[in-house]
Write a protein that binds this ligand. Structure first.
Ligand SMILES: Cc1cc2nc3c(=O)[nH]c(=O)nc-3n(C[C@H](O)[C@H](O)[C@H](O)COP(=O)(O)OP(=O)(O)OC[C@H]3O[C@@H](n4cnc5c(N)ncnc54)[C@H](O)[C@@H]3O)c2cc1C
Length: 413
């Protein structure tokens, strides 16, 4: 079987879905391929930052996005030992985006899919896994995939690979990759929780142990951080030892740890930090984690991936809508995004080396490091991490054309 489109986007994560929405809105016939049958996998994270909220405002969809279940969190807090520190304060931004929206990612992606499906130029194919790139003599001209088990070829003028950190398309493209390294991996599990009026998402840092606790209303989504490659050693110490470790790390969840009934409840998530030195080939553009795998530090990866999608649409959607070839414009996407990606990855790398690695190697009580003591003492300083994490450098504004009205699919002309 064969299909065709102007644009084929591989991967229905944050980068792929937002790119799909923006390119379709510009009138470009777009197919997005997602290998899973729904967006419900719970290892997706939930932090929709001010930069993303502003992008949705710019396309007229912020109010409807915020009708989806979410909590609005005006600051980031962490516990170092038993000391609670406010690290970043978003409350001074424009009131429309002066918070992090903690929204389950399946809600976010489902919302984007719902809006995009209203556009006559958009098509989302779930359970469709791209397996390789198609090439003609001079360029990539589509992808081969499996759709519900059946082979399918999709021919397109441009392929956007947004298939995440384990991208098969980036591997096949053999674009040069720079590994920055990540010293940790994560065990991911849920614990029951009473609903509270405020969202209590936080991080806990103690000697030898780090945890992130995401408050999802009636349960905690917990991330237990340990040194890379140690998963078997942690499992080998037994479930009871793991429960006690978790309880000792974060006292607020200690009464619930008995809910971890087997290792089947605990998923291993591997962390990577890398980036491609070149994001394009003729007919192919790579964006999001496929172009630069992000560490969970700062909870920014989703938002950086979405910024890539906006930058790509800003540079390419107008010319594509006019029927022009865009191969000569593809290098500009990386050029536009490189400063922001480098800055945030440099910050994550520094935090890995200066905070995560020493903490995981430490034993006994720890004290807040001096930058945390400073932001803890001087509230105005909390605006700096808020600006860096909330918007990053060179935050994108939506400039791609809108052939269709947001949320309706009706033409604007
Ligand atoms: C443990 C952990 C915690 C994190 N926590 C946060 C956080 O709190 N906040 C945050 O902002 N970021 C966080 N990140 C980073 C964030 O998850 C990524 O940066 C972000 O998801 C990247 O978005 P993406 O769309 O590029 O890729 P992805 O979200 O990985 O999406 C890729 C999509 O492509 C699909 N796919 C893959 N291969 C194929 C194929 N061959 N064919 C079709 N479909 C395919 C996948 O199913 C997936 O839906 C975390 C990362 C890790 C590892």
């Amino acid at each position: 079987m064969a299909e065709s489109a102007d644009l084929c986007i591989v991967g229905g994560g944050p980068a792929g879905m937002v790119a799909g929405l923006l390119f379709s809105r510009a009138g470009i016939r777009t197919i997005v391929l997602e290998k899973h049958k729904d967006f419900l996998r719970d290892f997706r994270c939930d932090t929709v930052h001010p930069s993303t909220l502003r992008i949705f405002h710019e396309i007229g969809l912020l109010e409807s996005l915020l009708l989806r279940p979410h909590d609005e969190v005006p600051d980031i807090t962490a516990y170092v030992g038993t000391t609670r520190i406010e690290v970043a304060d978003f409350s001074h931004f424009d009131p429309r985006w002066n918070f992090i929206a903690l929204m389950p990612q399946w809600e976010f992606l489902d919302f984007v899919a719902e809006q995009a499906r209203r556009l006559p130029t958009f098509r989302l194919m779930m359970e469709t896994e791209a397996t390789r790139l198609l090439r003609d003599e001079s360029a990539i001209c589509g992808v081969a995939c499996h759709h519900r088990g059946e082979p399918l070829e999709i021919r397109s003028k441009l392929v956007i690979a947004a298939d995440g950190r384990r991208s098969v398309l980036r591997a096949e493209s053999q674009l040069p990759l720079r590994e920055l390294g990540a010293p940790m991996d994560i065990f991911w599990f849920r614990l029951p929780k009473e609903r509270t009026p405020d969202n209590r998402t936080t991080g806990v840092f103690t000697g030898g142990r780090i945890m992130a606790l995401i408050d999802r209303g009636d349960y905690w989504q917990c991330a237990y951080v340990f040194a890379k490659g140690e998963a078997e050693a942690v499992r080998g110490r037994g479930l009871e030892a793991f429960r006690s470790e978790v309880a000792r790390t974060a006292s607020m969840i200690s009464p619930q740890v008995s809910a971890i009934s087997s290792w089947d409840d605990v998923k291993l998530l591997t962390v990577a930090l890398d980036r491609l030195e070149q994001w394009h080939l003729p007919g192919l553009l790579v964006i999001g984690d496929a172009a630069h795998a992000m560490s969970p530090i700062g909870g920014v990866g989703i938002n950086v991936a979405i910024q890539d999608a906006v930058a790509a649409a800003n540079l390419l959607a107008g010319p594509m809508a006019e029927g022009r070839g865009v191969d000569d414009l593809l290098p500009r996407v990386r050029k536009r995004r490189l400063l922001a990606v480098r800055a945030i990855q440099a910050f994550q790398n520094l935090a890995q080396q200066r905070i995560i690695t020493p903490l995981l190697a430490a034993s006994g009580p720890v004290k807040p490091m001096w930058p945390l003591r400073l932001v803890g003492r001087f509230p105005l300083l909390r605006r700096l991490p808020a600006a860096f994490l909330g918007f990053g450098l060179r935050a994108e504004h939506v400039k791609s054309p809108a052939k269709f009205l947001p949320g309706t699919g009706e033409g604007t002309a």
